[in-house]
Structures are given as structure tokens and as C-alpha cells.
Ligand binder design. Structure first.
Ligand SMILES: [Zn+2]
Length: 438
């Protein structure tokens, strides 16, 4: 049997990127593995559901020092021993993935891209946080956290300018609905078609190509944190290369004109995004259900991990109140469900809403809604990312319908800004509503 030094098998997949970690509980361990009479796959979990019989058994003694990459295991290993050994492997794997994401984020930032990946919350590590905070992973975990914090700090100056554009791109992209494109999306497509027609470059199938391929890629590029000019450069370069290797072998002059037109279209699209941002200028104070924002998790997380505000996470909703780019308002109506998921509370006096005021508002709000005990769960500031605040036992919010969420847009249903004014005005005045314990 050959010795393989990298893990295989689905259960070990999490270990893939954490192989540089110390052996931990694997050091010196005797690992028994089993295989059926005719099988080719080995199992180290005696309870593995695919293990039919333990006709053959072998024992592998692990090295006493080194890393997880130095483990001695059969080549075709399906599963690892349950319990401590597997848990350690999972923790090391998650640490590896975390470090990998930081590396990707650093490369993106060096490349002028806002590293959205770096803003994700640590909730995914909730199950392994104890292992990460104890020997022998603790020191690696600490330095991984430090590197991530440094990256986030370095990315912060880019955040203010790039975030509104990124949200605008995400908003336009969400207009690419399966049945019929929303006007915000088809306007971008039409601008492309018009420019190509004017230049005498239009061809059959152009509309679909733009709507299903070029535009979504360009928008996704910006939604991923790239500058629009960068997205446009990439689009022009890709299309030029595509034309040059196409079977029709277009005239070099046509290729040149098409590329130029695409450059101009990129500028036009960038201007449209900037206009969208300008029409929702500046910042507002908003209350929104952060978990229902229709965007990728790291981007949603950003509103709790790096921006100052206050948060209340229950089993029923995850409310955030903070100063946000006004363009986020576009997402506060869930088009698919026909529900409201956020409310703008203040447009003028946004400076008054520091972290403490936001937290006071949430505490007042739950008191006003008859659930003052929830005030204890209000988290203030960008602390939700800190490992010691990962909470898995969210409280139940027994808010009476329809106040369990911000939902319902029918007249008279759901919460309106008017409903929230008592709690809001009290918070602005520094007044705390009496709660059960007072
Ligand atoms: Zn197995």
C-alpha cells in the first residue's frame, strides 16, 4: 500500500487548505483503517455509512512532530476518525480557508479592487472557535486575525467611495429577471445596442449577447469591488480578443471600430451608475433586515462587521440600524416577495447617529414594541465580527404580527417610519425607555 501525504475523501475536504497546521491531537496517534474484502476504499470512521464490512484492517502510526501534511494514511481514504481528530482537522481547514480569503483580499486590494471577501462575519467559524482559541492553533489564529484586521483597515479608505457604486451595480444587475428585464437593466442593454447600431456594427443575436453575457459580467465586475473603468478595460480587451479569433475573421478596421465603441459604451455605463448614485446622494440612517438584503453574504456582513451601527439578531430577524449610503434604499423593497425589508429613518440629521444613539434606538424600539428583554441582545458597533461575540443561541422575538419584521407594504400593515418615531426621538434626545428590569 502506498503512503499518501495529502488527505483524500469527502470528510476530509475541509482539511484541504489547513495542512500547514501542526499535527495537534494527530501527533503520535495510532489510526486504524478498515476496508471491505473487495473494496478499494479505506475508512477510519468505524461508523461510516458506506463501510459494509471490516474485512481488512491496518494501523497507521502518525509522526510525533510536523504538520497535518505529514500524516501517514492510506491513499484511498474515505473518512477520518470521528471526534477530536476530525474536529481538529475541521478547525485547521477553516483556519486555512480564512487565511486563504485574506490572501485573496490582499491581492485584490493591491490590484485596486475593494476586497469584499475580507468583510465577511466570523459566524461560519462558530462551531470551531473553541479549537481555534486553544493550543496548538491559537497563535496561528491570532496572527490570521491580525492580518485580516490589517487588510480591513487598509481597505477602509476605498470603502467610502466604492461601496455606493458597488451597490448601484448590484441593483442594476438584480434587474436581470428571468421573465422580463427591469427597466433599470434594459436601459443599459439598449444603450449598447444604440451605440453599435450607430456605428454600423450591430449583428443578429447582439441583444442576447449583451443582455446575457457582456452586461452581467461588467456589472458583476463592479459589484465585486472593481472600479467601473477597470471593468470596461477588461470588457474591451476580451471582446477584441474574441473578435480576432472569431471564425468570420473580421476586417482589422471593424475590430478596431468595435473595440473603440465598446470603450465608449463602458464610459456610458459608468456614467449611468454614477448618476444612479448621485440621485441617491450621501448617507441616510436606516433600519433594515440585514439578512434579507439580496446580495452575497460578505457584502451583507459588511454592514455589521466594519460599519458603525447597532444590531439585534433574533431567530426571526436581524435588524441593523446605521448610517448607510443612500443608494442602499433601493434594496429596501423586496420586489419578489412584495415586502419591505428596510426603512429610511433620517435623511438630514445623520451626524447625530453615532453607535451609541443607534443602540439606544434599538433598545427603545423593542421596549416600545413590548419586548424590552430583547434590549440585552442589542450589539453596538462593528463588533459582530469579533470571535468572542459569535452567538449561536439567538433569542426568540415574540413581536406581535405584523411587527415581527418590517414586512408588508399594504396600507396600515407593517411598521412605518411614523411608528418608529417615539423610539427614534427618544434616542436622539438620549432618553432610554424604561424596560422590564428598571
Ligand atoms: Zn468512510
Amino acid at each position: 500500500m502506498s503512503i499518501h501525504d495529502s488527505p483524500v475523501g469527502p470528510e476530509e475536504h475541509a482539511g484541504e487548505s489547513g495542512l500547514g497546521a501542526p499535527l495537534g491531537p494527530w501527533a503520535g496517534a495510532q489510526i486504524a483503517v478498515w476496508c471491505g474484502k473487495t473494496g478499494k476504499q479505506w475508512h477510519a470512521n468505524p461508523d461510516c455509512y458506506t463501510l459494509r464490512s471490516r474485512a481488512r484492517e491496518e494501523v497507521f502510526t502518525q509522526p510525533v512532530e510536523g504538520t497535518l501534511a505529514d500524516r501517514r494514511l492510506p491513499e484511498n481514504l474515505h473518512c477520518v476518525p470521528p471526534g477530536l481528530l476530525r474536529d481538529y482537522l475541521t478547525a485547521a481547514g477553516k483556519l486555512g480557508k480564512y487565511e486563504q480569503a485574506t490572501n485573496v483580499g490582499c491581492e485584490q486590494l493591491d490590484d485596486g479592487q475593494l476586497p469584499v471577501i475580507a468583510f465577511g462575519a466570523l459566524t461560519a467559524l462558530g462551531g470551531v472557535i473553541d479549537a481555534l482559541e486553544s493550543d496548538p492553533l491559537e497563535s496561528s489564529w491570532r496572527s490570521a486575525r491580525r492580518r485580516r484586521d490589517e487588510l480591513v483597515d487598509r481597505a477602509r479608505p476605498l470603502l467610502a467611495g466604492r461601496l455606493p457604486l458597488l451597490l448601484a451595480a448590484q441593483w442594476v444587475l438584480s434587474g436581470k429577471t428571468p421573465r422580463q428585464y427591469k427597466a433599470r437593466y434594459s436601459d443599459f442593454v439598449d444603450a449598447f445596442i444604440d451605440a453599435f447600431e450607430s456605428a454600423g456594427l450591430a449583428f443578429f443575436g447582439l441583444y442576447d449577447y449583451v443582455a446575457k453575457d457582456m452586461l452581467p459580467r461588467w456589472l458583476q465586475d463592479v459589484a465585486d469591488g472593481n472600479a467601473p473603468s477597470r471593468a470596461s478595460d477588461r470588457m474591451a480587451t476580451e471582446e477584441e480578443a474574441r473578435l480576432e479569433r472569431s471564425s468570420q475573421r473580421p476586417d482589422p478596421d471593424v475590430v478596431r471600430r468595435a473595440t473603440q465603441t465598446i470603450v465608449h459604451i463602458g464610459e456610458d455605463w459608468a456614467r449611468r451608475l454614477a448618476e444612479l448614485v448621485a440621485s441617491h446622494d450621501g448617507e441616510v440612517v436606516a433600519l433594515f433586515n440585514q439578512e434579507r438584503l439580496p446580495m452575497d453574504k460578505p457584502l451583507r456582513d459588511l454592514f455589521t462587521t466594519v460599519r458603525p451601527g447597532a444590531h439585534l439578531h433574533t431567530r426571526d430577524f436581524a435588524w441593523t440600524i446605521e448610517r448607510v449610503p443612500a443608494v442602499l434604499n433601493l434594496f429596501f423593497f423586496d420586489e419578489r416577495e412584495g415586502e419591505r425589508i428596510g426603512l429610511v429613518l433620517e435623511r438630514d440629521d445623520v451626524d447625530a447617529f453615532d453607535t451609541a444613539t443607534c443602540a439606544l434606538f434599538l433598545r427603545n424600539l423593542v421596549a416600545q414594541l413590548g419586548q424590552p428583554d430583547l434590549a440585552d441582545y442589542v450589539e453596538a458597533g462593528a463588533g459582530a465580527a469579533a470571535s468572542d461575540e459569535i452567538r449561536v443561541d439567538y433569542p426568540v422575538a415574540q413581536l406581535r404580527w405584523p411587527h415581527g419584521d418590517l414586512v408588508h407594504t399594504y396600507p396600515g400593515l407593517g411598521m412605518t417610519r411614523e411608528d418608529l418615531l417615539p423610539a427614534l426621538r427618544a434616542a436622539q434626545g438620549g432618553v432610554r425607555f424604561p424596560s422590564a428590569g428598571d
